[in-house]
Design a protein around this ligand. Structure first.
Ligand code: HSE
Length: 440
């Protein structure tokens, strides 16, 4: 292989993203060559279903009988685009063992086994790129790892699951139910094979695990992410939040602090009220957006397509280009997570009970006098101040609905308030609580 011979890529998987890689290389091959100084060509590929119709030109690609054959073939870089845990993990480790650079779009693999993969890669001094694992086409990994490397990053918050965002957007625009919107998202191909990964926050938790490590220089710890899904958000919550000046988004939030509690991180994914004027609130449909706050740069927001063949291929190919540059100058590698492995910290992850937040509370109450006074006195006794309150006029013989936005309080105190409110005789079952994020 000479420095100006084509970079030979072996693709593991020819699904949505693999086909996107071939299409984008066909469309932009000359421009990519002009940037890199050599062509990038897919020479080998393996796929599960050989007969499936594919929207890309495979005429110059050797189709191998197995993914392991691609890893063993005469390729310079292996791109793992299969997803899931096995055989993806074995294949990535096999490529590393052969000293071949690896590019992967596999968020679950990096979030759950990245520590071992990076250790194996470091031992062999092998490049591993994973830009496509988070937020599809948005180059957020490079941005956090390299573009913002002068900063102490204290927090990030993102819409990093397009399916949830699509569902909440459609519920908000058209007043349809969660189930109806999910069925549409599946039809459009946004959802994971198991859509509970999307709507219960697992997919976003994988991506958040990676982003938090890059931002704070902490080891990957998927198990530390606290998640709540969006399936319990009602159209009524969306409506009330709008009237209070907020939008409901499924946010993945990471915060880092060093204080009397030591070195701590908050890693959480949950439906969140976001001020309507913030860019994240305006990120609709299947788009992704990530807000990163650094102490030198201030707030930065990255918006774009978080899924889809061509958008994700954009990130995969950027990694292939980096892999080619690494092959030419391996000594100049950027550490996998932006911090050398010896510099990665262990920080204690806070549970939901230990965090502080502002809250949205929704209560259905009997339409009687004294109700508001009893509710506000419970909140006052717990030193919870009310930032906003909205009462919906009940119809005849109906209950009234109250929506309250609280001040910033410990979650444990909010839970105590909900218990106390639930004991009031005129408060109906089904109290609802959502967290509010103000990005101060
Ligand atoms: N199911 C994911 C999403 C696809 O909805 O964002 C991209 O990871």
């Amino acid at each position: 292989m000479s420095a100006d011979s084509p970079l030979r890529v072996g693709l593991l998987g020819l699904g949505t993203v693999g086909q996107g890689v071939l299409r984008v290389l066909a469309q932009n091959g000359d421009e990519i060559e002009r940037r890199l100084g050599r062509r990038v060509v897919v020479t080998h590929a393996a796929m599960r279903d050989i007969k499936a119709r594919r929207d890309c030109d495979l005429s110059n690609v050797t189709i191998c009988a197995s993914a392991a054959e691609v890893v063993a073939a005469d390729v310079d870089v292996v791109a793992e685009l299969i997803g899931g845990m096995q055989p993806a993990q074995q294949l990535v480790l096999a490529a590393i063992a052969r000293g071949k650079p690896v590019v992967t779009a596999n968020k679950a693999l990096i979030a759950e086994h990245g520590n071992e993969i990076f250790a194996a890669a470091q031992a062999k001094n092998v490049f591993v790129g994973f830009e496509a694992a988070v937020a599809g086409g948005i180059p957020i990994i490079k941005a956090v790892r390299e573009g913002l490397s002068a900063n102490r990053i204290d927090s990030l918050a993102g819409i990093i699951n397009g399916t949830s965002n699509y569902i909440l957007t459609q519920m908000s625009r058209r007043g349809i139910t969660f189930g109806e919107a999910l069925a549409e998202a599946q039809k459009l191909g946004y959802a994971e094979a198991d859509p509970s990964f999307d709507v219960e926050g697992v997919d976003a938790a994988h991506k958040l695990t990676i982003l938090a490590s890059l931002a704070f220089g902490t080891k990957l710890r998927f198990a530390a992410v606290a998640t709540e899904g969006i399936s319990k958000v009602l159209p009524q919550d969306i409506q009330l939040a709008q009237e209070l000046g907020y939008r409901i988004k499924s946010l993945a939030i990471a915060k880092h602090a060093q204080n009397e509690r030591g070195d701590t991180v908050e890693l959480r994914v949950h439906p969140t009220l976001v001020p309507a004027e913030h860019l994240l609130a305006k990120t609709d449909g299947a788009l992704n957006a990530i807000r990163v706050h650094g102490n030198a740069v201030g707030q930065t927001v990255f918006v774009g397509r978080g899924a889809g063949g061509d958008a994700t291929a954009s990130a995969v190919i950027a990694d292939l280009i980096d892999a080619a540059r690494w092959l030419a100058a391996p000594a100049q590698a950027v550490p996998y997570l932006g911090f050398g492995s010896g510099a990665l910290k262990e920080a204690r992850a806070l549970s939901f009970d230990e965090i502080e937040s502002a809250y949205y509370l929704r209560l259905r109450v009997a339409d009687e006098s004294g109700v508001l006074r009893a509710i506000t006195s419970i909140l006052a006794d717990l030193e919870i101040s009310i930032e906003a309150i909205l009462q919906k006029e009940p119809g005849e013989n109906e209950d009234a609905t109250l929506a309250i936005i609280t001040s910033q309080i410990p979650e444990s105190r909010c839970s105590r308030a909900l218990e106390k409110l639930g004991e009031l005789p005129f408060v109906r079952a089904g109290l609802s609580r959502l967290r509010v994020e103000h990005f101060e």
